[in-house]
Design a protein around this ligand. Structure first.
Ligand code: HEC
Ligand code: HEC
Length: 507
C-alpha cells in the first residue's frame, strides 16, 4: 500500500533530497554504504540480516507463480507459435512480423523508444537500424517485452485494456472473464481464449500502423481482418493463393496432431493459441535476486544488496519505496498509476496527450496512469516508460528522486530530438508537439497524489540501479541460450516470409 505521506512541490522534494544526503553523513544506517575496506564481511552480514527481514516482511520466496507450468519451447504448439511469431505473413502487407517489435535478442522488445511497424524502410531490420519512411512515427507507445508475459495474471498493454475481470452478481456468484478492446471495458470477450497473452495476440494484426497497413479493404471489424489472415495462412476462401509459398497446413497438422482440413484447423483461434504458447514459453525468471532469496548470500554484490534494501524500504524511512508498486516476485502489483514519465510523441488524443488508463476508465486517478511494469530483465529492455522517454535506468531512478527535474532534463536534452532513435530524424520536433504542456499536466496530478519522492543521494541511486541489474535472467542476455526461441536453419519456413535479420546482414 502507498504511504499516506504526500508529495509536495519540488522545493519540498529538493529538501527531502537534502535531508536524505545529510542523514547519510551521520552514523545512521545509510552510513553502512560507505566503503570501509577494513571489515567488509561484517558489513555484508548485517546488510544480509536487514534484507532477510525485508524479504520475510514482504513474503518473497524467489519463486514466481506459474513459472513451472509454462509451456516448453520444444513442444509442437510453441514451435508453431514461433514460426508464426517470426512470419511477416501476419502483417497485412506481408511486411511486419510480431518479432519486428518483440525480438528475443532485443530483450523481447525492439530497443526503440517508439516502434516502427508497416512504414519501416527496410522490413528486415530490427532495433536502431529500423527506420521509418520519411521519419514518420505513427505509434504512440513503447513496445513492452514479451518475456514473462505468460506470467501476467491481471492485465496486459500499458493501459491494461486486455484484462482479467472478476465480477460478483447479486446472488454473490463470482464470474471471471477476459475483457478486451473488442468487448469493451469491463465486458467479456467470448473469443479471448484461455489466457491474457492469447487474447492480446489477436490485436496487433488489426492495428493499421503496427501490422495491417492498407490490406483487406473490405474488412469492417477486427474479426474480419483476423479471418482474412487465417484464410491467407490456411490458403482457403477469399485469400486462397494469397501466399506465393504455403506449407502451413503441414505445420499446423504436426503441431495440433490433427489431419483436419485447413478451414477447420487454421483459424485465428488456433493462430493466437500458438502465438500465446510461444510467448508464454519465454519464462525468464532465473536471476541473482532469486538465487539470493533462496539462500545464496553471495549471489548479490554489496552494491546490489544496498540497492535492494533501498528498493524495499519506504521513502519516509530513507528508502526508495519502489516496493509499494513493484512488489512481489514479478516486481509489479499490477496496478495503474500516474508517475508523470514524460509525455511526447503522437499520443492518443488530438492534443497528443496519452492519458493511458484514463482513456478507457476515465476516473481522475487514472489520468496519465499506466500499468506498473514488471522489472524482471529490466536492464535489457531500454528505453523505458510508456513512450520510451528515458534511455537508461539511471534516468528512471533520477525521475523517482525528483520528477520535475528529470522531466526538465528530458526536455533540455531535446525531448524526442534528444533520444538516440531520433538523433538523425528530420521530423523529431513534430514529436515534441504539446509535449511540455502534457508532461506538466501529468506532473501537476502527480504532485497532488500520494506519491512520495525517493530521497536518494547519487551513490544510493547507483546502488538502486545495481540492484535492478540483479533481476536479469542469464539466458535473457545470452544469444546462444536464446537461440531456441528463434527459428533456426532447421525450422521450416512455411511461407518464405520469415523475418530474418541475421541472414539479411550476412547477405
Ligand atoms: C510495430 C510494432 C509491434 C508489432 C509488429 C507487434 N507489437 Fe506487440 N506491442 C507493441 C506495442 C507498442 C505494444 C504496447 C501497446 C499498448 O500498450 O498500447 C505492444 C504490446 C504487446 C504485448 C503486451 C505486453 C505487455 O506487457 O503489456 C504483447 C504480449 C504483444 N505486444 C505481443 C505481440 C504479438 C503476438 C504480435 C504479433 C501478432 C505483436 N505484439 C506485434 C508493438 C508491436
Ligand atoms: C506509485 C507506483 C510506483 C512506484 C512507487 C514506483 N514505480 Fe516504477 N513504475 C510505475 C509505473 C506506473 C510505471 C510506468 C510509467 C509510465 O510508463 O509512464 C513505472 C515504470 C518503471 C520503470 C520502467 C519500466 C519499463 O519497462 O519501462 C522502472 C525501471 C521503474 N518503474 C523502477 C522503479 C523504481 C526503481 C522505483 C523506486 C524508486 C519505482 N519504480 C517506484 C509505478 C511505480
Amino acid at each position: 500500500m502507498m504511504s499516506k505521506q504526500r508529495y509536495f512541490l519540488s522545493a519540498f522534494a529538493a529538501l527531502t533530497v537534502f535531508v536524505g544526503s545529510a542523514a547519510a553523513s551521520q552514523p545512521s544506517p545509510q552510513n553502512k554504504r560507505a566503503p570501509t575496506p577494513t571489515k567488509p564481511p561484517q558489513i555484508a552480514n548485517e546488510l544480509d540480516n536487514e534484507l532477510s527481514a525485508l524479504i520475510t516482511q514482504f513474503g518473497i520466496t524467489g519463486h514466481v507463480a506459474g513459472q513451472s507450468s509454462a509451456p516448453n519451447i520444444n513442444d509442437p504448439i510453441p514451435q508453431l507459435g514461433m514460426q508464426l511469431f517470426f512470419s511477416k505473413a501476419l502483417g497485412g502487407e506481408k511486411s511486419v512480423a510480431c518479432a519486428s517489435c518483440h525480438h528475443p535478442k532485443l530483450g523481447g522488445g525492439d530497443s526503440l523508444s517508439l516502434p516502427i511497424g508497416v512504414n519501416a524502410i527496410d522490413a528486415d531490420t530490427v532495433g536502431l537500424s529500423r527506420q521509418a519512411m520519411n521519419d514518420e512515427i505513427d505509434i504512440p507507445r513503447n513496445s513492452p517485452t514479451i518475456f514473462n508475459v505468460g506470467l501476467a495474471t491481471k492485465a496486459l498493454f500499458w493501459d491494461g485494456r486486455v484484462e482479467q475481470v472478476s465480477q460478483e452478481d447479486e446472488a454473490g456468484n463470482v464470474s471471471t472473464f477476459i475483457s478486451t478492446p473488442d468487448s469493451g471495458f469491463g465486458l467479456a470477450d467470448s473469443n479471448a481464449g484461455d489466457s491474457l497473452v492469447e487474447a492480446l495476440s489477436r490485436f496487433p494484426v488489426t492495428s493499421v500502423q503496427e501490422m495491417r497497413g492498407s490490406a483487406f479493404n473490405d474488412a469492417q471489424t477486427n474479426d474480419d481482418v483476423r479471418s482474412h489472415l487465417a484464410q491467407r495462412i490456411g490458403d482457403y476462401g477469399v485469400e486462397s493463393g494469397g501466399l506465393a509459398t504455403n506449407a502451413w497446413l503441414a505445420e499446423f497438422r504436426k503441431a495440433f496432431n490433427s489431419e483436419a482440413d485447413a478451414p477447420s484447423l487454421i483459424t485465428f483461434d488456433s493462430i493466437d493459441l500458438a502465438l500465446g504458447q510461444y510467448q508464454s514459453s519465454l519464462t525468464l525468471v532465473d536471476n541473482n535476486w532469486n538465487r539470493y532469496v533462496k539462500g545464496n548470500k553471495n549471489a548479490l554484490k554489496p552494491a546490489q544488496k544496498r540497492g535492494a534494501k533501498l528498493f524495499f524500504t519506504q521513502a519516509a524511512e530513507g528508502g526508495a519505496g519502489c516496493v509499494n508498486c513493484h512488489g512481489g516476485e514479478r516486481f509489479t502489483n499490477d496496478g495503474f498509476f500516474n508517475l508523470a514519465f514524460p509525455q511526447y510523441g503522437i499520443g492518443k488524443n488530438d492534443d497528443n496527450a496519452d492519458l493511458g488508463r484514463g482513456l478507457i476508465d476515465p476516473q481522475i486517478q487514472n489520468q496519465f496512469a499506466f500499468r506498473v511494469p514488471s522489472l524482471l530483465n529490466i536492464e535489457l529492455t531500454a528505453p523505458y516508460g510508456h513512450a520510451g522517454a528515458y534511455e537508461t535506468l539511471e534516468q528512471v531512478v533520477a525521475h523517482y528522486v525528483d520528477p520535475e527535474t528529470a522531466i526538465d532534463a528530458f526536455f533540455e536534452r531535446g525531448g524526442a530530438c534528444g533520444l538516440k532513435q531520433f538523433a538523425q530524424s528530420s521530423q523529431c520536433e513534430l514529436l515534441n508537439a504539446n509535449a511540455r504542456v502534457n508532461s506538466q499536466a501529468a506532473l501537476t496530478l502527480l504532485q497532488s497524489s500520494p506519491f512520495v519522492a525517493a530521497p536518494l543521494d547519487s551513490a544510493q541511486q547507483k546502488d538502486l540501479v545495481a540492484f535492478l541489474r540483479a533481476l536479469t535472467d542469464n539466458c535473457a542476455k545470452d544469444k546462444r541460450c536464446l537461440q531456441k526461441w528463434i527459428p533456426g536453419p532447421k525450422t521450416v519456413d512455411p511461407d518464405n516470409l520469415r523475418l530474418n535479420v541475421l541472414s539479411r546482414h550476412k547477405g
